[in-house]
Each structure stands twice: as structure tokens, then as C-alpha cells.
Write a protein that binds this ligand. Sequence first.
Ligand SMILES: [Zn+2]
Ligand SMILES: [Zn+2]
Length: 271
Amino acid sequence: MKDKIALAARRTGTLLKRLLPNDCALCGGASDDALCPGCLDQFFGPAAVRSRCPRCANPLPEAAPSLSGGTQRERSEHSGSGLPIVHGLDRQLCGSCLSDPPAFDRTLVAADYDLPVDQLVLQLKFGHRLALAPLCARLLRDAVLSHPDYTLPALLCPVPLGPRRLAERGYNQALEIARPLARSMGVALHPQLVVRVHETAAQSSVAPERRQQNIAGAFAVPDAALVAGRHIGVVDDVMTSGRTLNELAATLKRHGAVQVSNLVFARTPPH
Ligand SMILES: [Zn+2]
Ligand SMILES: [Zn+2]
């Protein structure tokens, strides 16, 4: 395991050098904060905010009114999906969510998982830069609170790691983000709300057509009383295909959750 960490650290050695205290985590420039004002504005400021599908957070085309060719439905406050009221551009669901609605109701993200923002996650995950977790949490909190229509969950939980992966890495990066996020939003956190009941291969290592099978039945809810009738927020560092978060949301709903939101630092843009 130590070899793996050393390798990851060497691969990103240049960036590590930039991550000395008081250096901006993205550009390496002198900064009083974890990100310099320039990077904060460039990668997380108003100009970087994209119009996204409220349900899966995939970017929506800027000009086209809807991916579904005008058959887009507007969800009301009391829709069966539990989707909260949304305003303006946020009314649009992407074609994929219209044709094949996921088990979760809402996804909020701070950024695309793309250069150079992905370096924050890679450093947090593989470079043991745990100090970046509060930064990710702060950026995610700001993104969440920028949606005035959004009602905060009653309880947050991280996407759990299996025991083997947890032992290898030593920490769950989703939990490291969830802790300061929960604190700063005043929402309770329950790290063991959902557990992995069997070890799965990393989704990134599995062929796309086998990913659903890989993750099916992976999660369990030890105490359903914590979930029943509540809005649960699921925290993760990165959302790619969304299958893991979908399986988790389906598990929570089977245990009575009325609404499930994904609060994810970065979203992999579609190819
Ligand atoms: Zn910077
Ligand atoms: Zn969508």
C-alpha cells in the first residue's frame, strides 16, 4: 500500500510541491487561503457555474431548451419523485433523467471533474492530502447554498468504502468531505447510515456494461429507523456514471427515505 501511495505522490510531485502551506492548491501562487482569489473565481466563481440537470447534475446544452425535444415535464412541489420546486433553467431535466429516472431526486456539485479541479480530488484521494477535504467541503457547501430552492437534507451520510479499500487508503475521502460539510450546513452526519455488505471492484476498473452488476446489492442500511420518512443527503467526492449513487439511493428508498440528494464535489462531464 505504501508503494502505491509513494507512486501516486511521485506522479503528482510537482503539484505536491505547490501544496505547501499558504500556496494556492491549484496554481501554486502565494495565497492566504487554500485557493487564491483568481483560481476561486476562475474555477468556482459565477462564470464557471454551468446550467445543470437538477437531478443528475450533467450539464444542459446552453442554447437548446431541452434535450428531450420540447417534451420536458415540469415537476410540481408534490411530484411523486419528491423533487423539490425548481426555478428558471433548473426546471430542465436532461433527456436521460426523463427517459430513465434515477433513484435519487437531486444532485448538486461544485465543479466538473476536469483539469485542473480534478487534481484536488486526486491529491485528497491518492496523495493523502487530507487538508484538501475542508476546501472541497467549503466549495460544495457554497454550491449547495447557491440553490435557494433547495431544502437541506435531514441527515448526511458518505458513500461508504468497503473494509478492504478503507484499510488500504486509511480513510474514506467521502467522509472527510462530509464531516466539515455537515458542520458548516448544520446538518447531522451519520457515517454508518449506509454500509457496504460486499466488496466491489472499483467502478472505474469494470467495463461499463458490467458496472450495474458490479454494484448491485452492495449496500445495506443497518438502522432503517434513521432513514424512514426522511430526506437523506449522500456525500461523495466524484460522480461519474452515477450507478453507485443510484444503487445507494435505491437502497435508502427501499428503507423508507422520502427523498435522496447527492452532494458531490465534482461531476465527470459526459464524453
Ligand atoms: Zn490559484
Ligand atoms: Zn439528468
